[in-house]
Design a protein around this ligand. Sequence first.
Ligand SMILES: Cc1cc2nc3c(=O)[nH]c(=O)nc-3n(C[C@H](O)[C@H](O)[C@H](O)COP(=O)(O)O)c2cc1C
Length: 193
Amino acid sequence: MSERPELDPGAHALISRASELFSAAPGNPQSPFRYPVLATIGRDGSPNGRILVLRTADPMAWQVTLHSDSRAEKVSELAGNDAAMLVFYDHEASLQLRLKGAIDRSTDSAVREAIWAELPASNRPNYRASLPTGSPISAAGDGIDPAAAQSGYENFDVLTFSAKTVDILQLSRNGNRRYRLDVALGTGSWLVP
Ligand SMILES: Cc1cc2nc3c(=O)[nH]c(=O)nc-3n(C[C@H](O)[C@H](O)[C@H](O)COP(=O)(O)O)c2cc1C
């Protein structure tokens, strides 16, 4: 196996800081990194973005899992174009993280079933809407039946995002610093912030 190229100490420290915030986020509801914006490319080529909860984060592979309703707009967008970006910002740490990569929809029903079984009961009604997410309704709350016949599992999707590049911006009074890492190569470079 080939050795990873050495990063300079400053880059190493910055990547470690971002990676700590990233890996701690799924387990900490107070962490701003738990609520990244997921950007996708719309079916008409226009941009689209929304917040999703970070369910798992693997800082070695810069991979994450996300949950969605399979009928959501984002899922049809990703079926047409799997390119995606996750954008995080932690105000206290003054750190922005932008992961650019692609999303895969899990087709492994054993994996989906295991994750569904672990979901808090309060999350399950999110997948029980009688109409697809984003459908127009005549009044707020229409289309959501808490006693719906379906469990919600049939609409539950697990999305796996894998980053190709990791772009970190550290804001500082002593000078902002920006570094972009290529995940596959393990190399990167400093950029003008
Ligand atoms: C704090 C917060 C957390 C959210 N978490 C999720 C989530 O984990 N999965 C999800 O599909 N939508 C989540 N949403 C809703 C999305 O932002 C979005 O409104 C919804 O998924 C429909 O997006 P779409 O039409 O682009 O598919 C969350 C919204 C907020 C404000």
